[in-house]
Design a binder for this molecule. Structure first.
Ligand code: SAM
Length: 223
């Protein structure tokens, strides 16, 4: 995810949407996208819950140009408005209830200038590959890492299990998510006063089709 062929197309799209305005990243993490976007001249502010992630960001060159707020991006407020708000790398799914995801859309809209854009990058759930009665799908199987998504279809949730082999030890991390369909995201946008502007299957603006495994969606706040 740090390779330039992954980062650069995302930064190109975000810089074009920000124009001469400022950008707010929800779940800024260690600045994988915020730092190169800021280096393009876009003023960037970020929100993140994790003090550890923000400390890593602060240690990187260029971080002094980025404002940060520690808090929950579904509810935290930054006291200014932005041309662009963005939420990448499946991070909308870290909000594990519909109520929190709706609150996030409302918060994004509240931070936007009229006519501003909200961008989400998120994977589609692999449910078409889940046979009836089964709940687990592998998403990575390599020599040093195994990953499985465990679906709760009735509850629209999943837990991603990661097993990482480090010498003789196995490190396990299991994280809860709420998967969410594009149509539901469009409805959340509508509830927050935004309409869909674009939907691609990737940052090169590839068409979104029935075979897409993820999407980059852009909503616009009413002018
Ligand atoms: C998958 S990382 C993505 C980081 C960065 N956006 C990127 O694309 O590299 C998700 C980040 O969101 C943060 N996060 C998750 N849930 C959050 C919440 N409810 N409020 C604020 N930050 C949150 C995590 O601490 C983590 O830094």
């Amino acid at each position: 995810m740090y390779r330039s062929e992954v980062v650069d197309p995302a930064v190109d799209v975000l810089a074009a949407l920000a124009g001469d305005g400022a950008a707010l990243e929800l779940g800024i993490g260690t600045g994988r996208i915020a730092l190169p976007l800021s280096a393009r001249g876009v003023p960037v502010h970020g929100i993140d819950l994790s003090a550890a992630m923000l400390a890593r960001l602060a240690a990187k060159p260029g971080a002094e140009r980025i404002g940060v707020t520690q808090g929950d991006f579904a509810t935290a407020r930054v006291d200014r408005s932005f041309r662009l708000v963005y939420l990448l790398f499946n991070t909308i799914m870290n909000l594990i209830t519909q109520q929190e995801q709706v609150a996030c859309f409302r918060s994004a809209a509240a931070h936007l200038e009229p006519g501003g854009y909200f961008v989400i990058e998120v994977g589609l759930p692999d449910l078409r590959r889940l046979p009836p009665g089964e709940t687990v799908r592998p998403f990575t199987v390599t020599d040093d890492r195994l990953g499985f998504d465990e679906y709760d279809v009735a509850g629209q949730g999943l837990v991603s299990h990661h097993f990482v082999f480090e010498g003789d030890r196995v490190r396990r991390v299991s994280m809860p998510f709420r998967y969410v369909w594009p149509a539901e995201l469009d409805l959340m946008a509508q509830l927050a006063g935004m309409t869909r502007h674009e939907r691609w299957s990737g940052w090169e603006r590839e068409p979104f089709t029935a075979e897409s495994t993820r999407h980059v969606s852009v909503w616009q706040k009413a002018s």
